[in-house]
Ligand binder design. Structure first.
Ligand code: TXA
Ligand code: MG
Length: 322
């Protein structure tokens, strides 16, 4: 497995060719790094699930270079979904839509819908354009981490997490640190009105302001009959135990706004000044806790505003449960 940091036209061409040949290519998006595979290649996708250690009934998101390719993968697209796509793509938003025959069971976990995203990261866009120019139709890319663990926001984090599991022909494209830092907003567009299945940088408030569409945060996913993220007890979790708002003990990691002082004896892991910085730094800070082999991390959660909803969603999922 090689890490490519000079993402020139020729290296991106080679990376696209590598995807077409059935290899895994990790690449940056504006949210987190994805582990890319040709979305039509069954054998390569089986390898992807093995590398991630992910159960095969967990569906994958198909990444395309533009909304123009949406109808290859999705059908019966509601008007509100078109509006969402026009407004927030390319960007940190995934739409769940009824699938076409191209979206096979091996990427949708046997569901009759499919997740689609157009990332705004210049390397992701360039890679996908080149992949499509070489005849490819879409690239599935789950976050480039082991199942249940913290998503990587740098190429080094991808390498630390997966290098032992990747083959010599697989690649990691280094596009620097991801700007947003938490995964895309996932919106269920298979019903009369949209619901948010996973909060992210595109918020319900932004959707209302830009489009006048009221969107619910789906709490009871049980009756949706779709496999939504975070139904598991523990997700997005480091090896260290994460405590929200708890008392700190000497040697604990500590994550809070910069305005909150570090308790005596605690080890500061991040000091974001606002929610955007909080999202941008959170996963790196959790990884730092593990690299320092800390047993516990105390986190003072951000206020529920803007991307704060997404941060609090992830914090609740990685919180240590007895
Ligand atoms: O920001 C992101 O979305 C990143 C970057 C790389 O694009 N990708 C990402 O993928 O977070 P992943 O696989 O780590 O998380 C996607 C989540 C999973 O929990 C999966 O269950 C859910 O999206 N998902 C995917 N397709 C779905 C579908 N058809 N219906 C319901 N949930 C779906
Ligand atoms: Mg993930």
């Amino acid at each position: 497995m090689a890490i490519i940091s000079n993402c020139t036209t020729s290296t991106l061409k080679n990376a696209a060719k590598s995807l077409i040949s059935g290899n895994l290519v990790a690449f940056p998006t504006e949210t987190v790094y994805g582990l890319g595979v040709d979305a039509t290649n069954k054998a390569a996708i089986a390898k992807l699930y093995r590398v991630k250690g992910r159960p095969t009934d967990h569906p994958l998101i198909v990444h395309i270079s533009s909304m123009a390719n949406l109808d290859k993968w999705a059908r019966d697209i509601p008007e509100y979904a078109i509006k969402l796509a026009r407004t927030f793509w390319p960007g940190p938003m995934t739409l769940i839509l009824p699938r076409t025959d191209l979206a096979k069971d091996f990427i949708t976990g046997n569901q009759d819908n499919v997740g689609i995203r157009v990332s705004s990261h210049p390397f992701a866009l360039a890679l996908l354009k080149e992949f499509e120019a070489q005849g490819g139709l879409g690239v599935v890319a789950p976050s480039a981490n082991k199942f249940g663990k913290v998503s990587p926001t740098t190429a080094d984090a991808v390498s630390e997490e997966l290098s032992d599991f990747l083959s010599p022909t697989d690649l990691i494209l280094d596009g620097g640190t991801c700007r947003v830092g938490v995964e895309s907003t996932i919106i269920n567009c298979t019903q009369d009105s949209p619901t948010i299945l996973r909060p992210g940088a595109v918020t319900a408030e932004m959707i209302y302001q830009r489009l006048g569409i009221t969107i619910q945060l789906s709490i009871d996913e049980g009756n949706l009959k779709i496999k939504a993220p975070g139904l598991l007890q523990s997700h997005y979790a480091p090896a260290a135990r994460v405590f929200l708002l708890g008392d700190t003990q000497p040697g604990d990691g500590f994550i809070a706004y910069s305005s909150i002082p570090t308790p005596i004896g605690a080890i500061r892991l991040a000091s974001p000044k606002d929610n955007d910085e909080y999202a941008n730094q959170l996963y790196q800070a959790l990884r730092l806790a593990d690299s320092k082999r800390l047993q516990r991390v105390v986190v003072i959660p951000p206020i529920n505003e803007g991307i704060g909803f997404a941060i609090n969603d992830r914090l609740k999922k990685c919180e240590y449960k007895l």
